[in-house]
Design a protein around this ligand. Structure first.
Ligand code: SF4
Ligand code: SF4
Length: 171
């Protein structure tokens, strides 16, 4: 990747090179990165620093290959740096399109929405070949985290006691 491609990334994301200089180096992004959960030693901050100093980033960078665009890093970052968007711009400039991305785009073209069974069928060769299956328990754990959790109800008598202390005093 050359210097012009760096400029394309800044154009796609709306960031300027100097914007990455605000990074605190706290590595919170690394600690919450979904890809890092798979022990690939991924550090989104390192990617930003490489862009900041104008280093070449190849297509085999773990984030370019595996970033899930989950936005955990962006929401945890004190500066809310949108790292997944940087990764997507990187992929565009490198001409990399993952099978999942192709599947999602095709779905949108055909149905105007994401149709999960179609995505799974289209991505099946990658899932089987790339050894993703062995990570399924980890992904399920992650997916489970986002499921709605039941909130315990306080019994109605306790609620009325807590909410209406004056009424209780009257009775
Ligand atoms: S969006 Fe990408 S870089 Fe950020 S936490 Fe998720 S996988 Fe990691
Ligand atoms: S969380 Fe944000 S500020 Fe901290 S290292 Fe990552 S990109 Fe930099």
């Amino acid at each position: 990747m050359n210097e012009i491609d760096h400029e394309i990334i800044f154009k796609y994301t709306g960031y300027r090179r100097a914007d990455f200089s605000v990074c605190l180096g706290c590595k919170i992004c690394a600690s919450v990165c979904t890809v890092n959960d798979l022990e690939l030693n991924v550090n989104p901050q390192e990617l930003l620093m490489k862009l900041f100093v104008g280093e070449i980033i190849e297509g085999d960078h773990p984030l370019v290959r595996y970033c899930t665009s989950c936005y955990r890093c962006a929401s945890a970052c004190p500066w809310q740096i949108r790292i997944p968007e940087v990764v997507r711009a990187l992929k565009e400039s490198l001409g990399i399109e993952a099978r999942f991305e192709k599947a999602f785009k095709k779905c949108i073209n055909i149905w105007g929405r994401v149709y999960e069974p179609f995505v799974v069928v289209m991505a099946a060769p990658d899932l089987l070949k790339g050894g993703y299956i062995k990570y399924m328990p980890k992904w399920m754990e992650y997916a489970g985290f986002h499921l709605p959790h039941k909130v315990k109800r306080v019994s109605s008598s306790k609620t009325s006691k807590g909410l209406n202390p004056t009424e209780e005093g009257r009775s």
